[in-house]
Design a protein around this ligand. Structure first.
Ligand code: MLT
Length: 410
């Protein structure tokens, strides 16, 4: 009999969004007549920008011609996309990132899950709480999180993000090796300023730890004093990896394209304490385990880096942010404590009537046919909270908020 990775047996339940989906399917099967409105998983509903569709058609035709056909993509990604990312996402903001520090991939989810493989099994990991569950689960699968008891992993260092600190994590008091950060934040929708991010960069430099910075929602930032990239902050190149995605920007959740920046100036240590380049390690990992994002997809992604492409992306983002406003204002009107939705497409609310997260999930689903995501699924400090996404269509958002109004306004 083959022996399996024992850490999987320690994992509680299923992946958060799989569990939500399972419960919704069970409810729909029991109530086939009910129209369910989904504001749970942050999945986009707007079609791809027109520039991306045109690029997809053109690239598909290229694949039909022996003269332009493309086989395996370059391991790190095509230059046309890497250079466009460098110019539009970094050079334009005065953030120093070199082309050979950008790795194209198929999703920030995969990269944030895979990066932990590069670190030793006894690395101490800190996560904001609540947090995108992929960071926690991927470390737990590798045995780095310890044992799951009373809704907590024994070896993880939790950084509570609660109403009292404005849902903003504070640097750990104990020594940690890796710190995951996500801004604009999923799930709370919180965003920090450049000065606040500088505190983290300085902390990482002073304490010899590495920041794993997920900026997948950066396009949603509206505040002027907020960083779009961690490399806008002085000193970040020595202590931070950044993950970005086309999913929420250009609607690529079903198409899959992202990038990760691993600066060459970022050094980690081997077992003997010698400096090692994390860029070399990530390159080795990706070229061994990943065969690259398809040519046609990289062409579609690159299409957003033109004035017209940027305009179309802004229109999609603006559409979702109008949804966010509708949801937030409805909740505030109803006297529900709600935040987020200003620099992020998520609204984080305190469950009314003192309900816990999963009870409110059931209450909202059975009473209004509206699906959201229970805050408890994002970590212990998420208990009693709930997340709604702005990624629905306008029709669904309006109908859902109307039903919420009827249910909670009673
Ligand atoms: C979410 O709902 O948190 C995200 O859509 C999940 C993801 O991006 O993988």
């Amino acid at each position: 009999m083959n022996k399996v990775n024992p850490n999987y047996a320690l994992m509680p339940g299923s992946y958060l969004f799989a569990e939500v989906s399972r419960r919704v399917s069970a409810f729909q099967a029991a109530h086939p007549e009910k129209k369910i409105l989904k504001l749970g998983i942050g999945d986009v509903t707007r079609p791809l920008p027109k520039v991306c569709i045109e690029a997809l058609h053109k690239a598909t035709d290229e694949m039909a011609d022996p003269a332009t056909f493309q086989g395996y993509p370059p391991a790190q990604g095509y230059d046309f996309l890497i250079n466009a990312i460098k110019e539009y996402e970094y050079d334009a903001r005065g953030a120093k990132v070199e082309a050979d520090e950008i790795f194209i991939s198929d999703g920030a989810k995969s990269d944030t899950a895979n990066i932990q493989e590069l670190f030793s099994g006894d690395a101490v990991v800190a996560v904001p709480d609540p947090v995108y569950p992929v960071y926690v689960d991927s470390n737990a699968m590798s045995g780095r999180a310890g044992i799951y008891e009373n809704e907590r992993w024994s070896k993880l260092v939790y950084l509570p993000c609660v109403a009292e600190n404005g849902f903003m994590p504070e640097p750990p008091k104990e020594k940690v090796d890796l710190i995951y950060l996500c801004f604009p934040n999923n799930p709370t929708g919180a965003m920090l300023t450049r000065d606040q991010l500088k505190v983290w960069v300085d902390y990482a430099r002073e304490n010899g730890c590495l920041l794993l910075y997920d900026a997948a929602y950066r396009q949603y930032i509206t505040r002027e004093d907020a960083p779009r990239s961690i490399y806008e902050i002085e000193g970040a190149r020595e202590v931070a990896v950044e993950f970005c995605s086309f999913s929420k920007t250009a609607g690529f959740t079903g198409v899959r394209c992202s990038w990760t920046v691993v600066p060459k100036s970022l050094k980690v240590q081997d077992a003997a304490g010698n400096p090692v380049s994390l860029n070399d390690m990530w390159s080795r990992r990706q070229s061994t385990k990943y065969n690259g994002t398809a040519y046609i997809i990289q062409r579609a992604a690159a299409a957003i880096y033109t004035p017209e492409g940027q305009k179309q992306v802004r229109e999609n983002v603006g559409y979702y942010m109008e949804n966010a406003k509708i949801i937030r204002e409805t909740l505030v009107e109803l006297g529900v404590e709600a935040s987020g939705g200003v620099d992020a497409p998520y609204i984080w609310l305190k469950c009314p009537k003192g309900m816990d997260s999963w009870s409110f999930f059931d209450y909202l689903l059975s009473g209004a046919g509206v699906v959201g995501t229970p805050g408890a699924g994002f970590g212990p400090s998420g208990e009693g909270y709930f997340r709604l996404t702005a990624f629905g269509s306008r029709e669904v958002t309006l109908e859902a908020t109307q039903r919420i109004r009827e249910l909670l306004g009673k």
